[in-house]
Ligand binder design. Structure first.
Ligand SMILES: Cc1cc2nc3c(=O)[nH]c(=O)nc-3n(C[C@H](O)[C@H](O)[C@H](O)COP(=O)(O)O)c2cc1C
Length: 308
């Protein structure tokens, strides 16, 4: 797999970032990905500051390679998490779900490399203006929180390549080595992968959640809550309850309640929990180790290159 502007910037071997994921990407997953030559990312969105510090320390002990922390900016703990990241001298941060202006300069002053996740070309340009070092552009195939515009990765990547000069990774719907090759061919400098790593052995998600991914077809998920906070989830009872509430004009906050993502992803409640995963689930037939996933990606990438 070729090195790119992104692999050079991040000091990694392969242009593969494991997306930060609430209830999924703790130190086991992040360090396994970094040890294989990708960028492992701790998903701080579900961690209180002390727990985040614990995961960072574990990562430092289990990998000598670069790793990152993802902070969804809207998270209640983001201010305190920023302090922990700076104190622990984490080399790379990927912010999401908020303005790239909020923390970028603060991180850069202390030498931390900053990436930011966006769902559109215009927001990618805003990142560049805000001094962000690299962008992750995420199409609406992706699992989890998402943009409202329903723009696909296939359309975002070549447009982003023309719009910005800083390196960027493509995310959303990627689960096969041939797709990594395709993204690089379209102008991306790397990829960010969520659902496939969420289904790995090292992911801290519940086995019921992983089995749902394995059972799913490409049409098993949908983007919901477009007026509140769009999110791609599996079509479960909880999903039906959301649609029903939207139709009847019921207060959505009442239906959503609290802790639905934890209930679904971490505790494995398939009816009442929120199961965030993406359209690429249809391709995933096994729960593999991170090491096997990398072997597979490299083989598929090389095969696709040769076939072309
Ligand atoms: C279970 C789950 C939780 C996620 N949590 C976060 C998060 O906390 N922060 C974030 O920026 N993105 C989050 N994402 C998005 C991923 O980081 C990644 O960009 C996305 O999954 C890529 O699309 P894919 O699922 O098609 O591979 C989450 C995705 C999943 C599946």
């Amino acid at each position: 797999m070729k090195s790119t502007k992104l692999t050079d910037l991040l000091g990694i071997k392969y242009p593969i970032i494991q997306g930060g994921m609430v209830w999924v990407s703790g130190h086991k997953l992040a360090s396994a990905v970094s040890n294989e030559g990708g960028l492992g990312v701790l998903g701080a969105g579900s961690m209180k500051p002390d727990l985040l510090r614990h995961h960072i320390k574990k990562c430092k002990n289990t990998t000598s390679k670069p790793f990152a922390v993802n902070i969804p900016i809207f998270s209640a703990y983001s201010e305190e998490q920023v302090k922990v990241i700076i104190e622990e001298k984490v080399p790379i941060v990927i912010t999401s779900a908020g303005s790239p202006k909020k923390y970028t300069q603060l991180f850069k002053e202390v030498g931390i490399i900053v990436g930011h996740v966006v769902p559109s070309v215009a927001l990618g340009q805003k990142c560049e203006q805000a001094g962000v070092d690299f962008v992750v552009v995420e199409g609406f195939e992706a699992g989890g929180h998402n943009g409202r515009d329903e723009t696909t990765t296939m359309c975002l990547v070549p447009q982003m390549a023309q719009a910005i000069k800083i390196p960027f990774a493509a995310a959303g719907g990627i689960g096969h080595g041939s797709q990594i090759l395709a993204c690089l061919a379209m102008g991306a400098d790397g990829v960010q992968i969520g659902t496939k790593f969420a289904c790995s052995l090292e992911s801290s998600a519940h086995i019921n959640y992983k089995n749902e991914i394995i059972k799913a077809t490409e049409s098993h998920t949908a983007l919901v809550l477009k007026d509140l906070m769009p999110v791609r989830i599996a079509k479960t009872q909880f999903y039906n309850d959301i649609l029903e509430a939207e139709k009847s004009g019921k207060d959505l906050q009442e239906v959503l309640g609290k802790g639905r993502a934890k209930l679904g992803i971490f505790e494995g409640d398939l009816d009442q929990g929120e199961l965030e995963f993406g359209q690429i689930s249809g391709l995933l037939k096994n729960c593999l180790s991170v090491s096997s996933i990398f072997d597979q990606f490299i083989k598929e990438y090389n095969q696709a290159k040769e076939d072309l």
